[in-house]
Design a protein around this ligand. Structure first.
Ligand code: AMP
Ligand code: MG
Length: 349
């Protein structure tokens, strides 16, 4: 079964083809960083317009590169939410229309479910159940991935997402968008200990996060200093140190609470080297395994949408021709994917 996956929930247009027999055939994306960087953040209307420009050429390119004809596709999966409404509508409309023209099923996929299941696309895949730390520009959450489709949010941010906090603080430091990689690069030259920022909520038992207090504290501290090269690097160091610490403290607590021995990290902030080092250190100390999906599966991508869509389709999940997108959509409201194996063997035979 070959599923075309389309991701347009935010600022990356992603298209991929997952084949149930051969695995992931191709995963391509087009980034909008150049469009949004002068604004220091994603501008929803510009995001939607660029998806319109990119999505069909990207679908054509993916088919051409794999040598497949549209007629060999068995289904289309697109991101139905959560995300920016205009951006979501582009992928949903194109995905639904193409499916209708080809007379194949289409399925709207939950973006976060895609992220949670993306490490299963790797050769070295984790075993369910596992703990997932989702850290992106729009989300920060710890999720108990109990079984396919059965997710429990253990903690999430009460205000800014961690990636968003990186992006906002980077603009205060006059560093280019996206802020995460810029702060990481600048922090390499920072002096440890010159500034120390708070680790929000880290002393509290809850597994929720908060990053707006850290951001406000950091912004006020910057206002008190002359921003020369050295001071900028020292601020970048202190911010990264505090933000990553705040994540790792809660991750450690969640591991203790669940007793799980496998953790996966997903989302763009998962690219951060300090985060990877600290989680690796924690995993060694606690004797658990940490999985970091490859960068192309970590950020927003069509592969995870194709794969999650495939799992739902083979479990017998069906949608009619009406469709909606869901800018807000609870991960916990999803139905379980409980009969994959039965349908998978049916469809192969
Ligand atoms: P996503 O929302 O998954 O597409 O990821 C984008 C977010 O990840 C943006 O907020 C980036 O600033 C952030 N990000 C990307 N690379 C890094 C990094 N190396 N360190 C911290 N944050 C990062
Ligand atoms: Mg993105």
């Amino acid at each position: 079964m070959k599923v075309l996956g389309i991701e347009t929930s935010c600022d990356d247009t992603g298209v991929a083809i997952y084949d149930s027999e051969a695995g992931l055939l191709i995963n391509r994306f087009s980034s909008q960083i150049d469009i949004h960087k002068i604004y220091g953040g994603v501008v929803p209307e510009l995001a939607a317009r660029d998806h319109i420009r990119k999505v069909i050429p990207l679908i054509d390119a993916v088919l051409k590169e794999t040598g497949l004809d549209k007629s060999s596709l068995d289904a289309i999966a697109y991101t139905a939410g959560p995300g920016l409404v205009g951006a979501l509508l582009v992928g949903a409309t194109v995905g639904r229309s193409l499916a209708m023209a080809l007379a194949i099923p289409a399925i709207g996929v939950h973006h976060m479910e895609g992220h949670l299941l993306s490490p299963m696309l790797e050769n070295d895949a984790p075993q369910l159940p596992f703990l997932s730390l989702l850290v992106s520009g729009g989300h920060t959450m710890l999720v108990d991935v109990r079984s396919l489709g059965n997710y429990k949010i253990l903690g999430e941010t009460r205000d800014d997402a961690v990636g968003e906090a990186f992006d906002k603080f980077a603009s205060v430091l006059d560093l280019p968008y996206p802020g995460g990689p810029s702060i990481e690069k600048c922090a390499r030259y920072g002096q440890p200990g010159r500034f120390r920022f708070p680790r929000p909520m880290s002393g509290q038992a809850t597994l929720d996060f908060s990053f707006s207090g850290l951001k406000t504290h950091a912004v006020m501290e910057v206002a008190r200093h002359k921003l020369d090269e050295k001071t900028r690097a020292d601020f970048a160091y202190a911010f990264q140190d505090a933000a990553i610490d705040a994540l790792v403290v809660k991750l450690q607590r969640a591991l203790k609470q669940t007793g799980y021995s496998e953790i996966i990290i997903a989302g763009g902030v998962g690219a951060n080297k300090l985060l990877r080092e600290r989680i690796d250190g924690l995993a060694k100390t606690l004797g658990v395994r940490a999985y970091f999906p490859s960068l192309e599966l970590c950020t927003d991508n069509g592969a995870m949408i194709a794969y999650a869509g495939y799992l739902r389709l083979v479990s017998g999940y069906e949608e009619n021709l009406d469709f909606s997108v869901f800018p807000r959509w609870s991960l916990e409201s999803l139905p379980a994917i409980d009969n994959v194996i039965r349908f998978e063997s049916d469809s192969i035979s």
